[in-house]
Design a binder for this molecule. Structure first.
Ligand code: IVH
Length: 681
């Protein structure tokens, strides 16, 4: 009987094994079944207990331990993996005739034996292969060219729905222990949207679609970054020599029993009509799925028949993909409007005659930027084509020339902001976007204030988008600094519709409370272009006070690890802007934190106390001297030679004998990324 208790006297080895079993079970219930049986707290306690055991007894760590899910040290490059059996791809079809042709070829190949096909959804993601030895996950690889792929084992481990050790199964009394599974890694639409809206908030570039983001994530060298991204997997292939496999449907059942996520929508079809109705069903319902599909896949069910059919070139003859077209619709482009973001970026938006597209009504679509409109030569009053493919946001992909009004003129991007101030728009060199720089642009104001009050920023509960809009309209808010004057407008607020004594007081209390937010949050919240949460933390630690930051030159800013030219220039611009300086001054007077607190300073200055660093080789982002200064600022010592007493040796490119010496003496060696991580901890 397995015990969940934290207070356990059993030997560490046995307890570690028990904990892994328990955690594995709850991972499955939580991530695959979406039916957790214990609270997050209880789960964390179990995981923590296991982490502690593994820390105290590193010899007990196993490669399938759930503690490996959080990612490990970054790699320099991926190594190559040769696939044990080639990773085939599928031939694509686009019409029913082509499906009929496929069916005919299969019949011929099977000499008219009866057969059935399995119809599956074609997930729009990235194919990967997973190898298991003795029931334990050993290698994860990308498809690559089908013969060799990248070894992305560390990244794959972080995907929580992939069992690191499977539930043991037997087929006719034989254990299935060594096998390969293939599947598609993808991202749920909602997870993708949440990541993008976060980026939008921060004024960062948006990802185009979940597939690209998934592919990019799997190619990250730092698996800790992968662990932060919500990746999912669906498995659709099993290969083994341990037992005899009979059919694809049976394989899917085995996969499910072992704990792999398998698609629920898979259907066996005995006739072509059944195949066509599967295609039709998902063509019209695909919008309701929580993930993207780009078609369906048909596979001959029997493994014996699959072998009879074989493969040509890179595709099997027993399977085929049918690709859906991107959903398209024609509609009138009534006008082009403009949205101004928090940072002043002006985005053109197509205002359309509402049209039904893949299950939802579309009346607006992004036109990205001025270059996009020029490239497609889209004009107001054109009949345009709206598309919804693997991208979440509908886009305009062209116009219908025959329906163009003869008198129409090419679209000219405005030179002024659509806001009441009509300020000149400008386009920085090398950027596709135009910006409005007016500090009082009401669009920017709304976005800026909403950002300032948002959860990751000053976290002022009750000051969401709708309330901000109302208060900006009433001229109670014009800048973020006005938030702290709201308390003198209590009566006006009370008189507003839908506001009562309680809601007003709650809001004012939340505003007061926000004054305690640390300096780094304040820096992030005031909305310096390109300064995200991470950048703000680094700036706060490096400059300690807003006054020192204000005076920093571009060179000084760039000298800080991880601060690049773009951020540096933006910080300098910000503190040269009179109206921004004025806002900062008012926030200072209101009592916000514009310095690192004593506690924070003490913890920075002491982090390296008692530690000696040796820096060798060429670093990429800073000179050795700058690296040394960073160490000293944190209370550490820098030495020129390695001894047993050296705490860390930081190694750049072409290191000298110090590197060898460090290895001989077993001193901890840090590469540049690890060093920077340590600085920013
Ligand atoms: S079967 C030989 N099944 O589509 C078997 N592939 O165009 C090959 N895909 O490389 C794969 N959903 O990345 C299969 N249910 C599914 C799939 C699927 C998505 C992807 C996979 C494959 C590509 C082929």
């Amino acid at each position: 009987m397995i015990q969940d208790s934290m207070f356990n006297e059993t030997a560490p080895l046995q307890r570690a094994q028990e904990l892994r079993e328990i955690i594995r079970k709850h991972d499955y219930l939580y991530y695959v079944e979406a039916q957790p049986e214990i609270s997050d707290r209880e789960y964390d306690a179990l995981l923590q207990e296991l982490i502690t055991i593994e820390q105290q007894h590193p010899e007990l760590i196993t490669s399938d331990s759930p503690t490996h899910r959080v990612g490990g040290e970054p790699l320099k490059v991926f190594s190559n993996i040769r696939h044990e059996i080639q990773m085939l791809s599928l031939a694509n079809t686009y019409t029913r005739e082509e499906i009929q042709d496929f069916d005919r070829r299969v019949r011929e190949g099977l000499e008219d034996e009866t057969h059935s096909v399995v119809a599956e959804l074609k997930y729009d993601g990235v194919a990967i292969s997973l190898r298991y030895e003795n029931e334990v996950f050993t290698i994860g690889a990308t498809r690559g060219d089908g013969i060799t792929g990248d070894d992305i084992t560390n990244n794959v481990r972080t995907i929580r729905t992939i069992p690191l050790k499977v539930t043991p199964i037997e087929i006719n009394g034989v254990k299935l222990q060594n096998f390969e599974v293939r599947g598609e890694v993808y991202m749920l639409k909602d997870d993708f949207l949440a990541i993008n809206s976060d980026r939008e908030e921060r004024g960062e570039k948006l990802y185009a679609n979940p597939r690209n983001l998934t592919a990019g994530t799997l190619k990250q060298l730092d698996s800790r970054e992968v662990a932060k991204r919500p990746l999912s997997i669906v498995c659709y292939y099993l290969y083994t020599e341990d037992v005899k496999l009979t059919s694809h449907l049976e394989n899917l059942k085995l996969l499910r029993k072992m704990g792999f996520p398998v698609s629920k929508e898979t259907t066996e079809c005995k006739t072509l009509d059944e195949v066509f109705s599967f295609i039709d069903k998902w063509e019209s319902n695909r919008e309701s799925l929580p993930f993207f599909i780009d078609g369906i896949v048909l596979k001959v069910n029997s493994m014996r028949q699959q072998d009879m059919l074989g493969a040509i070139a890179r595709s099997p003859k027993w399977a085929i993909a049918y690709k859906y077209e991107a959903a398209k619709a024609k509609t009138l482009l009534k006008s082009i409007s403009f949205q101004v973001g928090r940072t002043g970026v002006v985005t053109p938006v197509a205002e359309l005659d509402p049209v039904l597209l893949a299950g939802s009504t579309v009346s607006r679509a992004t036109l990205h930027n001025s270059d996009y409109i020029t490239k497609l030569d889209i004009r107001v009053e054109d009949t345009v084509i709206v598309e919804k493919g693997g991208d979440v946001i509908p886009k305009i992909s062209g116009y219908i020339p025959e329906l163009r009004n003869e008198s129409s003129l090419p679209f000219i991007f405005p030179t002024q902001c659509p806001c009441p101030h009509h300020s000149e728009l400008h386009r920085p060199d090398g950027e596709a976007n135009y910006y409005c720089n007016h500090a009082e642009c009401p669009w920017q104001i709304r976005r800026k204030i909403t950002h300032f009050a948002s959860r990751d920023a000053m976290d002022i509960e009750g000051l969401g988008e709708k309330v901000v809009e109302q208060l900006v309209e009433l001229k109670l808010l014009g800048t973020i600094a006005d938030i702290y004057d709201l308390k003198s407008h209590r009566e006006t607020l009370l008189a507003l519709e839908r506001w009562g004594e309680r809601s007003v007081d709650n809001l004012l209390a939340a505003i007061e409370k926000s004054k305690q937010q640390p300096f780094s949050r304040v820096l992030y919240s005031i909305g310096i272009r390109f300064v995200g949460e991470g950048g703000a933390k680094i700036l706060a630690k490096s400059f300690l006070t807003i006054d020192l930051l204000k005076e920093a030159t571009i060179e000084e800013l760039i000298a800080v690890p991880e601060i690049g030219g773009r951020i540096a220039a933006s910080v300098v611009d910000f503190f040269h802007d009179e109206s921004e300086l004025n806002i900062v001054k008012r926030l200072q007077l209101a009592g916000l934190q514009f310095e690192l607190s004593e506690n924070e300073r003490a913890s920075i200055s002491k982090v390296f106390e008692g530690n000696t660093f040796v820096i060798t080789g060429e670093l990429e982002t800073m000179s050795r001297k700058e690296a040394g200064e960073q160490v000293e600022q944190r209370g550490g010592k820098v030495s020129g030679s390695v001894s047993k007493k050296t705490s860390y040796v930081v190694v750049g490119a072409n290191p000298g004998s110090k590197f060898d010496k460090a290895q001989q003496l077993g001193v901890t060696i840090l590469n540049e990324t690890e060093f920077i991580d340590l600085l920013n901890r």
